[in-house]
Design a protein around this ligand. Structure first.
Ligand SMILES: [Mn+2]
Length: 312
């Protein structure tokens, strides 16, 4: 009787020990699994005259509208490339559908990362940390690794909604975003020797003076100091100017056109050398695409819109 009881206790103790050990191993393994492939800061593509390019402003998970827009531009047509200008997930209802679209069409779709994609990747890497206060004294954050820098987004911009989207998308989808997208994409149009430069937020007109751009600048900025283009901010500061106003005749590089999003407040903003395509879809505005197609010795631009439901 006592003998049996002792065996029973040994069995119980062993089981408890095993469960604890397995649990601990699981926690350690799942914690260390939170890594992502390094992200290319810049990518460059050469394009010949047979290719059509469609740039799309901030979709923010408004997949139904995005589908309608893709239908309108006939995106299935051969030699059509779609470029998502960042912030295509988060805020709206269908982030997962946007990532699935990207995966299904990865041979014909390019993406640059916006602040929201990067915030979601950061939330994924720092899930535990984000359970605590964002702005606390905790000093260790796992950065989002780019080819040129380890990047930690401004903490006040990462919130529970990013954490929720990170959870919804999961590690495999987020790893795909990291490997398929870049912070900057240059498309060299060989027929005319022009460059279409895609970034989410903006870029300095003298970007060619530097080997590579800063991730924070090209994914978050709205303002820039005219006398020093390395000083940028999302918010207006003393003597600053909207970055695109500095792309004037004297300072802009020859043959370069910047395609960007990020600035729903300013809305559709088509200037000679800079094309702002965030027309506020997720806020009930429009979703915009700008098409470049070659005919009769030059590239032609066509603008396309669809109306959006109001979501936020
Ligand atoms: Mn943005």
């Amino acid at each position: 009787m006592f003998h049996q009881a002792r065996h029973l206790w040994t069995a119980v103790a062993t089981s408890v020990f095993l469960v604890l050990a397995l649990g601990y191993t699981y926690l350690v393994l799942t914690a260390s699994e939170r890594t992502l492939p390094p992200i290319a800061t810049q990518r460059a593509i050469k394009a010949d005259e047979s290719e059509r390019w469609i740039f799309v402003g901030d979709v923010h998970g408004m997949y139904d509208e995005f589908q309608e827009l893709m239908h309108r531009v006939d995106a299935e047509k051969p030699n059509t490339n779609v470029v998502l200008l960042g912030d295509f997930i988060a805020k709206g209802p269908q982030s997962s559908e946007m990532v699935q679209y990207l995966l299904r069409n990865q041979n014909t779709t390019q993406c640059v990362l916006g602040n929201h994609e990067i915030n979601v990747l950061f939330a994924f890497l720092n899930q535990r940390g984000l359970k605590r206060k964002l702005s606390n004294r905790r000093t260790h954050w796992d950065p989002v690794v780019f080819s040129t820098e380890d990047y930690i987004p401004p903490h006040d911009q990462v919130n529970n909604k990013h954490k929720k989207v990170a959870h919804e998308l999961g590690g495999a989808n987020l790893a795909s975003l990291a490997s398929l997208c870049s912070a900057e994409l240059q498309i060299h149009l060989e027929a005319t020797n022009q460059t279409l430069l895609a970034v989410h937020a903006g870029i300095a007109p003298n970007y060619q003076d530097y080997p590579y751009p800063k991730v924070k600048d090209i994914t978050t900025m709205k303002y820039m100091l005219p006398k020093d283009h390395t000083k940028t901010s999302k918010y207006k500061f003393k003597n600053s100017s909207r970055w695109y106003k500095l792309w004037d005749r004297e300072s802009a590089p020859e043959g370069v056109t910047v395609l960007y999003g990020h600035d729903a407040g300013r809305g559709l903003n088509l200037r000679k050398m800079t094309k702002g395509l965030d027309s506020g879809c997720v806020g009930g505005g429009k979703l915009t695409a700008l098409e470049y197609v070659y005919a009769d010795g030059k590239y032609h631009e066509y603008l396309h819109h669809v109306n959006c439901r109001e979501f936020v």
